[in-house]
Write a protein that binds this ligand. Structure first.
Ligand SMILES: [Zn+2]
Length: 150
Protein backbone atom coordinates (compact mmCIF):
# COMPACT_ATOMS: atom_id res chain seq x y z
CA UNK A 1 0.00 0.00 0.00
CA UNK A 2 2.49 2.61 1.15
CA UNK A 3 5.51 2.32 -1.06
CA UNK A 4 7.88 4.04 1.33
CA UNK A 5 6.24 3.50 4.68
CA UNK A 6 6.94 -0.15 5.30
CA UNK A 7 10.59 0.19 6.24
CA UNK A 8 10.79 2.26 9.42
CA UNK A 9 14.06 4.08 9.91
CA UNK A 10 15.73 3.13 13.17
CA UNK A 11 16.65 6.08 15.31
CA UNK A 12 18.64 4.35 17.99
CA UNK A 13 17.98 5.94 21.34
CA UNK A 14 16.21 9.07 20.16
CA UNK A 15 13.45 9.63 22.69
CA UNK A 16 10.02 9.75 21.12
CA UNK A 17 8.00 10.23 24.28
CA UNK A 18 8.19 14.05 24.12
CA UNK A 19 5.14 15.08 22.16
CA UNK A 20 3.57 18.17 23.74
CA UNK A 21 0.25 18.67 21.92
CA UNK A 22 0.35 22.47 21.87
CA UNK A 23 3.88 22.57 20.47
CA UNK A 24 2.98 19.94 17.87
CA UNK A 25 -0.16 21.84 16.81
CA UNK A 26 1.82 25.09 16.63
CA UNK A 27 4.49 23.52 14.45
CA UNK A 28 1.83 22.03 12.20
CA UNK A 29 0.07 25.38 11.88
CA UNK A 30 3.37 26.93 10.77
CA UNK A 31 3.51 24.17 8.11
CA UNK A 32 6.51 22.54 9.71
CA UNK A 33 7.07 18.95 10.81
CA UNK A 34 5.51 18.36 14.26
CA UNK A 35 8.46 16.19 15.26
CA UNK A 36 11.42 18.48 14.55
CA UNK A 37 9.80 21.84 13.73
CA UNK A 38 12.26 22.35 10.88
CA UNK A 39 11.22 20.16 7.95
CA UNK A 40 8.38 21.12 5.66
CA UNK A 41 4.98 19.56 6.36
CA UNK A 42 3.43 20.26 2.96
CA UNK A 43 4.89 19.50 -0.47
CA UNK A 44 2.14 21.49 -2.18
CA UNK A 45 -0.94 23.46 -1.14
CA UNK A 46 -2.61 21.33 1.58
CA UNK A 47 -0.71 18.25 0.34
CA UNK A 48 1.32 16.85 3.24
CA UNK A 49 4.66 15.20 2.60
CA UNK A 50 4.99 11.44 3.20
CA UNK A 51 8.11 11.83 5.30
CA UNK A 52 9.77 14.84 6.88
CA UNK A 53 12.74 15.87 4.74
CA UNK A 54 14.80 16.83 7.79
CA UNK A 55 14.16 14.21 10.47
CA UNK A 56 12.46 11.51 8.37
CA UNK A 57 9.35 11.41 10.59
CA UNK A 58 6.55 9.62 8.77
CA UNK A 59 3.71 12.04 8.05
CA UNK A 60 1.64 9.78 5.80
CA UNK A 61 -0.08 8.29 8.86
CA UNK A 62 -2.23 11.38 9.23
CA UNK A 63 -5.99 11.06 8.79
CA UNK A 64 -6.94 14.70 8.75
CA UNK A 65 -9.64 13.93 6.17
CA UNK A 66 -12.54 16.39 6.42
CA UNK A 67 -11.80 17.72 9.89
CA UNK A 68 -9.79 20.77 8.71
CA UNK A 69 -12.66 21.71 6.40
CA UNK A 70 -15.20 21.47 9.21
CA UNK A 71 -13.02 23.62 11.46
CA UNK A 72 -12.61 26.19 8.68
CA UNK A 73 -16.37 26.30 8.14
CA UNK A 74 -17.09 26.80 11.83
CA UNK A 75 -14.39 29.42 12.38
CA UNK A 76 -14.82 31.37 9.14
CA UNK A 77 -18.60 31.12 9.40
CA UNK A 78 -18.66 32.64 12.87
CA UNK A 79 -16.16 35.38 12.02
CA UNK A 80 -18.04 36.30 8.85
CA UNK A 81 -21.42 36.28 10.57
CA UNK A 82 -20.11 38.49 13.34
CA UNK A 83 -18.53 40.87 10.85
CA UNK A 84 -21.68 41.00 8.79
CA UNK A 85 -23.92 41.75 11.76
CA UNK A 86 -21.58 44.41 13.16
CA UNK A 87 -21.21 46.25 9.86
CA UNK A 88 -24.92 45.89 9.09
CA UNK A 89 -25.72 47.78 12.25
CA UNK A 90 -23.16 50.50 11.48
CA UNK A 91 -23.66 50.92 7.73
CA UNK A 92 -27.06 50.70 6.10
CA UNK A 93 -26.25 49.20 2.74
CA UNK A 94 -28.18 46.80 0.55
CA UNK A 95 -27.88 43.03 1.01
CA UNK A 96 -26.21 42.86 -2.41
CA UNK A 97 -23.37 45.07 -1.21
CA UNK A 98 -22.95 42.81 1.79
CA UNK A 99 -22.83 39.77 -0.47
CA UNK A 100 -20.27 41.42 -2.73
CA UNK A 101 -18.10 42.22 0.27
CA UNK A 102 -18.45 39.11 2.41
CA UNK A 103 -18.41 36.30 -0.13
CA UNK A 104 -14.92 37.12 -1.47
CA UNK A 105 -13.65 37.65 2.07
CA UNK A 106 -15.09 34.29 3.16
CA UNK A 107 -13.55 32.47 0.20
CA UNK A 108 -10.18 34.11 0.79
CA UNK A 109 -10.28 33.42 4.52
CA UNK A 110 -11.11 29.75 3.92
CA UNK A 111 -8.32 29.34 1.36
CA UNK A 112 -5.80 31.03 3.63
CA UNK A 113 -6.77 29.18 6.81
CA UNK A 114 -7.27 25.61 5.55
CA UNK A 115 -3.57 24.75 5.34
CA UNK A 116 -2.54 26.02 8.81
CA UNK A 117 -5.60 24.33 10.29
CA UNK A 118 -4.80 21.09 8.48
CA UNK A 119 -1.24 21.33 9.76
CA UNK A 120 -2.57 21.82 13.27
CA UNK A 121 -4.82 18.76 12.95
CA UNK A 122 -1.90 16.67 11.72
CA UNK A 123 0.25 17.99 14.58
CA UNK A 124 -2.45 17.05 17.09
CA UNK A 125 -2.82 13.56 15.62
CA UNK A 126 0.94 13.14 15.73
CA UNK A 127 1.12 14.35 19.34
CA UNK A 128 -1.63 11.93 20.40
CA UNK A 129 -0.02 9.11 18.39
CA UNK A 130 -3.26 8.57 16.52
CA UNK A 131 -3.58 6.54 13.33
CA UNK A 132 -0.22 4.84 13.46
CA UNK A 133 1.85 7.89 14.43
CA UNK A 134 4.29 6.58 16.99
CA UNK A 135 3.62 2.91 16.33
CA UNK A 136 6.70 2.39 14.22
CA UNK A 137 7.98 -0.07 16.79
CA UNK A 138 4.59 -1.67 17.28
CA UNK A 139 4.29 -0.30 20.81
CA UNK A 140 2.06 2.69 20.19
CA UNK A 141 -1.57 2.84 21.30
CA UNK A 142 -2.53 1.78 17.80
CA UNK A 143 0.30 -0.65 17.29
CA UNK A 144 -2.18 -3.22 16.08
CA UNK A 145 -0.21 -3.91 12.93
CA UNK A 146 1.93 -6.35 14.84
CA UNK A 147 -1.10 -8.15 16.18
CA UNK A 148 -0.93 -10.96 18.73
CA UNK A 149 1.81 -12.78 16.80
CA UNK A 150 4.79 -10.45 16.73
ZN1 LIG B 1 10.82 16.54 10.97
Amino acid sequence: MHKSGEQPIQYGGVPEAERPPMRSIGRGMRSTCPACGTGKLFRAYIKPVDNCGVCGEEIHHHRADDLPAYIVIVVVGHVMMTGYMLTDMAFRVSPWIHLAIWVPIAVLAALLSIQPIKGGVIGLQWALKMHGFGSKHGDGPEGRHGGPHE
